[in-house]
Design a protein around this ligand. Structure first.
Ligand code: FE2
Length: 353
């Protein structure tokens, strides 16, 4: 697909991508190899901010990014086996995300682009999560399920944009799990070997208990579920099995809600591919449910693997490459961050009509 657009380029193309929207500072590099006519991820380095207590503190996370940025950049270039002078353009996630964190990536991108006289490519973080999933599985026109700590939505591509068919009306699904486990004292709520603290806690449970299940059309609401689960958890905080029942029921209820709206969108659109992206894509219980659902409708399922499911620089570099071949770039002094930059606002020339 790239060959038709690139024409007769003579040299390899290297795009460096910077990710700093939330807890992760990441730098990735992609290479378009002219001889092989192929696009490869050749570096994906990152350092993650882990709060000592509570949730992400935006200013502390930004401080972490500032401190780790030089080292992550050095490691990424070493891994890619190239120097900055080999890079063709700098791509940066300008939103959506946390202001102080976004500013670290944007400042670094502005500096690198100005100093080395490189093109600066603005990337929407949500678009990048989708593009890396499509790239990894060679999906052309999937139903997209995007679930993370900052987003929960179902989308398709149409008329050069990603169009949202359904989304959370309040908190994202990843945030529901993080907040619940933190509030009941199981923190920090991070994923280890594909298991979130909610999964570890769910293993203590044996019984499903009814909790609020809120689906409104194709939209979802998780805040009532969170409140109800927290009220019950406070009552049983010294009873491991009862707490396990709540974790199990919370996870199952949230996933079932998501699978319901995904299934309805799949039937409505008749898509033949289902793609799960975002940080929660590494959850094996969600994966199992989606595999079972897509099988019923004869669609192909794929979920981004853990290395590329969470926030990472490679997905920014990859989306930067797509923008680069369509000549999308901005002046460094105009690289402003956009904390609430919605997925469906971005016009993407590589998407079909
Ligand atoms: Fe993300």
């Amino acid at each position: 697909m790239y060959v038709d657009i690139l024409g007769n380029v003579k040299d390899n193309i290297y795009i460096l991508g910077i990710e700093s929207t939330s807890h992760t500072f990441g730098i990735g590099v992609v290479e378009y190899n002219v001889r092989e006519k192929s696009l490869k991820i050749i570096a994906n380095e990152y350092d993650r901010y882990v709060p000592m207590k509570g949730g992400i503190h935006p200013r502390e996370a930004a401080l972490h990014h500032t401190r780790t940025a030089p080292q992550v950049l050095r490691k990424a270039l070493e891994r890619a086996g190239i120097k900055i002078k080999n890079i063709n353009a700098i791509a940066v996630a300008l939103g959506p995300g946390l202001g102080p964190c976004l500013r670290v990536g944007a400042s670094l991108a502005r500096f690198l682009a100005s100093y080395y006289k490189l093109k600066l490519i603005p990337v929407n973080h949500a678009v990048a999560h989708i593009e890396i999933g499509k790239y990894l599985f060679n999906f052309k026109d999937p139903l997209i399920i995007y679930v993370s700590g900052g987003n929960t939505l179902i989308a398709i591509q149409k008329n050069k944009k990603y169009r949202i068919l359904g989304e959370t009306l309040d908190i994202p699904l990843g945030n529901l799990f993080d907040t619940f486990t933190r509030e009941i004292g199981l923190s920090p709520p991070y994923v280890i070997d594909g298991k979130h603290q909610i999964d570890i806690c769910a293993e203590w449970g044996k019984e499903f208990i009814p909790l609020p299940y809120t689906v409104k059309g194709s939209d979802l609401s998780f805040s009532g579920l969170l409140t109800a689960a927290l009220i019950q958890a406070k009552e049983y905080k010294n009873n491991k099995e009862k707490l396990g029942n709540i974790c199990l029921s919370l996870r199952e209820t949230a996933f079932n809600m998501l699978v319901e709206v995904a299934e309805r969108s799949l039937v409505l659109t008749g898509k033949k591919e289902v793609l799960l992206v975002g940080g929660v894509a590494s959850n094996k219980y969600l994966r199992e449910k989606l595999i079972a659902m897509t099988r019923v409708h004869g669609a192909k399922y794929a979920g981004t693997p853990p290395e590329y499911a969470g926030d990472n620089g490679a997905m920014i570099a990859l989306t930067g490459f797509l923008s680069y071949i369509y000549n999308i770039h901005i002046e460094p002094e105009k690289a402003f961050i956009r904390q609430r930059w919605r997925l469906d606002e971005v016009e993407l020339p590589w998407l079909p009509n």
